[in-house]
Design a protein around this ligand. Structure first.
Ligand SMILES: Nc1ncnc2c1ncn2[C@@H]1O[C@H](COP(=O)(O)OP(=O)(O)OP(=O)(O)O)[C@@H](O)[C@H]1O
Ligand SMILES: [Mg+2]
Length: 294
């Protein structure tokens, strides 16, 4: 986080250069997700998003977390589901959605989705839920058990206490940890998260934000996080997309300093709050000018 008195947020143009400086050397980067003038009109005739254009590059050693903010119904989930290749959002009505340089045709193992409602199988234990994706991939039983136990610990659960529990025996926070582990164990390149922490109490939410930042760095994944919390987006995000009212389009894209201290600590600091207030002013200003049609 910057020590500067003024908040360190930088408006960033959609489509930054495809090179990055790492350790003084310029390296080629890969484009992880790219939207080019993407629009979606549902069968009902309702246009949810229009002209959505952005590019998120894979900068070696520094995967980005992109926070997506915008009013209810502006098309945030539509955008995530288009990246995932999930119907009926996929296919887009206009424009091109690319992941790792190729147009999205269907869901794939390179993308993992963490839904708001925790989506675990009720009849499977924690361990079996986390191992499910590996089972689908044909990973041998002993290997997937080892990986599942590893990830139970990484998301802050306890193997002895929790591995054999069923989802109905878990709290909301624990179920959200299982959902995160189920996705991360597969090491996707892109993690799509739709309001994943909305139902958690503040303490658990901070813990999950910290875990998300640490684990997404560990698995080297690019994360798209939809949230209604500006604090959460500013804390976990390296970049923010602020969407307009429906039909949603990106009104502002900005770069934010990466978190370097625990959420519980950093989110109380004046520097952090300055950035939150600036983003809030910006969002409110954009929403007002958007409503006024300017
Ligand atoms: N399958 C569908 N068929 C028709 N309309 C849809 C469909 N899915 C979404 N919509 C509409 O598209 C718009 C955008 O929906 P979306 O779920 O992407 O919004 P959102 O930004 O995620 O909202 P929220 O913050 O409330 O979750 C909404 O008006 C919604 O009613
Ligand atoms: Mg949504």
């Amino acid at each position: 986080m910057s020590d500067a008195a003024s908040p360190d947020i930088t408006p960033a143009a959609a489509g930054a250069p495809a090179t990055a400086t790492a350790g003084g050397a310029t390296q080629e980067t890969t484009t992880v997700v790219e939207f080019t003038q993407v629009g979606k009109t549902y069968d009902t005739g309702y246009t949810a998003i229009k002209d959505v254009t952005f590019r998120v590059d894979d900068v070696p050693g520094h995967m980005e977390i992109v926070g997506i903010l915008g009013p209810s119904g502006c098309g945030k989930s539509t955008v995530l589901r288009l990246i995932a290749g999930l119907t009926p959002q996929h296919p887009a009505t206009t424009g091109i959605v690319k992941v790792m340089g190729k147009p999205v045709e269907a869901p794939g193992a390179d993308r993992g989705f963490v839904f708001q409602d925790y989506t675990s199988f009720d009849h499977r234990t924690v361990e079996q839920n986390i191992a499910f994706g590996l089972e689908c991939r044909g990973t041998p039983a002993n290997e997937r058990l080892e990986l599942a136990r590893d990830w139970i610990q990484k998301v802050g659960l306890d193997v002895k206490r929790d591995a054999d529990k069923y989802p109905h025996e878990l709290s909301g926070g624990m179920r959200q940890r299982v959902a995160l582990a189920r996705t991360l164990v597969l090491k996707p390149r892109v993690i799509l998260m739709d309001e994943p922490f909305g139902a958690l109490d503040p303490k658990t939410r901070y813990a999950m934000q910290d875990q998300l930042v640490a684990l997404s760095r560990e698995v080297q994944a690019t994360v798209f996080l939809v949230t209604h919390s500006i604090e959460e987006a500013v804390y976990v995000g390296d970049r923010l997309f602020v969407f307009s009212n429906a039909p949603g389009t990106i009104l502002q894209e900005m770069s934010i300093p990466a978190p370097d201290r625990p959420a519980r600590v950093m989110q109380r600091e004046p520097d952090f709050l300055d950035i939150v207030f600036s983003v809030r002013d910006l969002v409110e200003g954009l929403e007002m000018s958007d409503r006024a049609g300017t």
